[in-house]
Design a protein around this ligand. Sequence first.
Ligand SMILES: [Fe+2]
Ligand SMILES: [Fe+2]
Length: 162
Amino acid sequence: MSTTMAFPRTTDEAYAYINQVATPTVHDFKVMVMLEAAGQALYEGLAADATNENVRQLLSNNAIEELGHAERLIEVIRRVSGETFAAPARADNPYVPAPGSVPLSRGFLGGVVTGELQGEALYEAWAALQPDAEVARLLRLNGREERTHSERAQQALDLLPA
Ligand SMILES: [Fe+2]
Ligand SMILES: [Fe+2]
């Protein structure tokens, strides 16, 4: 593991990369911090598109929790390496979508329903490898909330006109 290893350049590359990580290094946790922080921005943009108040609330709740996921991962990095890592500012985070580039749609939400479940499975797999029980707990908390995000995304999808 090298802390100078380059980060994936795009959001798609970052997801493709992170989803195949079986044994996460500190570098991998940093990629995940950036994806989670970007997830907050993504959900905020989707929520801003919503005309239905319930849809807006479901997506806003997900946005808030993604920031919490980034914060838990920063604590994980501190515990496993002693390093203090900070999520990049939104303008400097390469995984934050450009404003308006990801409009709210049934098709996109369908992908979110699946992607969040993938996130849960990834966190569960990573948690199972951790010798530090607190690190495992933090990863599992993120994983459980990803399942909730999938459920909320499905609820939002069901509220959008076909
Ligand atoms: Fe998350
Ligand atoms: Fe999520």
